[in-house]
Design a protein around this ligand. Sequence first.
Ligand code: CMP
Length: 130
Amino acid sequence: MHPDPAELAVVPVFAALEEADLQRVTRWMEVRRAEPGERLVSEGASGYSFFVLLDGTTKVTRDGVELRTLGPGDFFGELALTGEGRRTATVTATTPVTVAAMFGADFRVLERELPAVADTIRQAAFARAS
Ligand code: CMP
């Protein structure tokens, strides 16, 4: 199931998009749900998807150390797609969560066709990786 455009409109990274572009982004994304304790991405694994958190919270851990909590409107999974292809951290649901997931091939289209969004994601990626 694709997310509702209204759900993506309140996500900061997509907030400046016009309706037509928002519609396109929804078609690149699939809604997934996870239960508390479920790992959405695992440190060291190959990464093929980018995620936006629509509902609930997750924790980001590296080598067992908690780096951050993410909440609705945050994104994750960009570092493997913009970097070396491996997940740099583990992201685990800490409540029931709903995410919108985008495959890497669609992420490449987004990078090409919505460069302002890609820039915002890259800036966050740079800050997180450093
Ligand atoms: P990726 O490496 O693909 O998978 C793990 C994700 O955790 C990573 O992308 C980022 O989205 C996120 N992440 C890694 N380090 C941090 C950090 N220091 N702060 C917030 N998020 C992070």
